[in-house]
Every structure is written in C-alpha cells, then in structure tokens.
Design a protein around this ligand. Structure first.
Ligand code: ZN
Length: 241
C-alpha cells in the first residue's frame, strides 16, 4: 500500500470517529432537551393543581362570607322579634313585620347561594384530589424517565471520551502535514472533508471529476482535491462492480 493510500485510510478512519462523536453529541443534546421538557411539563401540571387549589380557597372564602352575612341577618330577625313585643302602634307593628319578612327573603336567597357554593366546593375538592393524584403519578414516571435519561447520557459521555481517545490514537499514525491539510479542508467545507470518487463522481458534491484527475487519483501518489468542492478525494472502486 502506498503511503498516500495509507494516509487516506487514516483520514477516513479519523473522520469516521468524528462522525460518531458528532452523533453522540447530538444524542446528548436531545436527551438534555427531553429532560428540560419533562421539567417544564411538571411545572405546568403543578401550576394547574395550584390554580385549582386557589379556586377552592376562593369558594370557601365566599361561603364563609355568605355564612356570616346569614348569621347577622338571623340576629337582626331575633332583635326585630324582640322589638315586636314592645311596639305601641299597629303601623309600627306592620312596619317591623315587613322588615322581618324582607330579611327572611334576603336570607333565603343567601342560603340558596350557600347551597350552590357547597356543591361547587365539593366538586372543586374532587378535582383537586384527582389532579393531585395525577400529578403524583406523573412525578413518579418523570423521575424514572429522568433517571433513565441521566444513565443514558452518562453512557454517551463515556462513549465520547473513548472516541476522543481513539481519535487521538488514530491521528497519531498520520503524517502531521496530512492532518494539517485535513483541518484546513474541514474549515472550508460542510460535512465530510474526505470523500471517495466513484465512477468519476465526487461523493461530496456529486460532480464529475475530469478524466485526467480521475486517472491520477488511481495512482495514490499525492493528496488530491475535488476541483468543485475542494474536499480531499480518493479513488474507490464501485462496490457493485
Ligand atoms: Zn466534490
């Protein structure tokens, strides 16, 4: 094997490891995004439970207000009844009776509203309990998912460390000049920097390589570049041939 062919093999190997590092990096980002999304969902569900608890508190408060209003009215009725015993005129008597009747009517309205509020309170209490139970279940499944994600992320990070070591070891076998050239090309192109040429077509940009260059490639006597995309190219027989 010519030295250039050997160098290209090393570059392709380094590039393969770099692709694996990139993929592992994407996985790590995806896992951390997933963990953030889980946290957000927990926060959203907690907010829903809090909102329902606040609704319940408001209902109870409004019930207590109605209750004290009704108590005051009941006391007023008692007082008015006492006054009835001491009235002198019929007119006064009628007027107090009317007063009592008005307060009774008012209180009956308040009591209806209290009954409605009691129903609302019971229904809200059920909702709070349901939502709390759901949240508890969600917390549990979230914790399990997050533990799983953390374990997976840990494994990916270890894999990246191993791959980086591997890259250093493989790169060490290459000519330092070749590595410098590779780094230069990498800065200029997106994606792969070293690509094969199959049936005179650059696999980086899918353009045709001039016949002269295609023949020279097969000699493996120096590093050559695609005239279109400037990637490092090497000759590779078509697999199907
Ligand atoms: Zn090309």
């Amino acid at each position: 094997m010519s030295n250039i062919q050997e160098q290209i093999n090393i570059l392709v190997e380094v590039q393969g490891v770099e692709v694996e590092i990139l993929q592992a990096g994407r996985l790590i980002i995806a896992m951390s995004d997933e963990a953030v999304a889980l946290e957000q969902e927990v926060a959203e569900r907690e907010a829903l439970v809090t909102a329902e608890r606040e609704t319940l508190d408001d209902l109870k408060k409004s019930y207590r207000e109605l209750e004290s209003e009704s108590k005051i009215n009941a006391e007023m009725i008692v007082k008015s009844n006492e006054k009835l015993r001491n009235v002198k005129t019929n007119k006064e008597y009628q007027s107090i009776l009317k007063e009592i009747e008005d307060i009774r009517k008012k209180n009956s309205g308040i009591e209806d509203r209290m009954l409605d509020q009691l129903e609302n309170i019971e229904s809200s209490e059920r909702t709070v309990k349901e939502k709390e139970a759901q949240l508890g279940g969600f917390f549990q499944s979230c914790r399990e998912k997050k533990e799983m994600l953390a374990a997976k992320e840990q494994r990916e990070r270890q894999a990246v460390d191993t791959l980086n070591e591997k890259k250093v070891q493989i790169s060490a076998k290459a000519d330092p000049t070749t590595i410098t050239i590779l780094d230069d090309v990498k800065k200029k192109v997106r994606g792969l920097a070293v690509v094969p040429v199959q049936q005179a077509i650059c696999m980086g940009c899918h353009m045709n390589i001039p016949a002269q260059l295609f023949n020279e490639l097969q000699r493996f006597d120096e590093l050559r570049f695609c005239p279109h995309c400037h990637r490092i190219i090497y000759w590779k027989e078509n697999d199907s041939e």
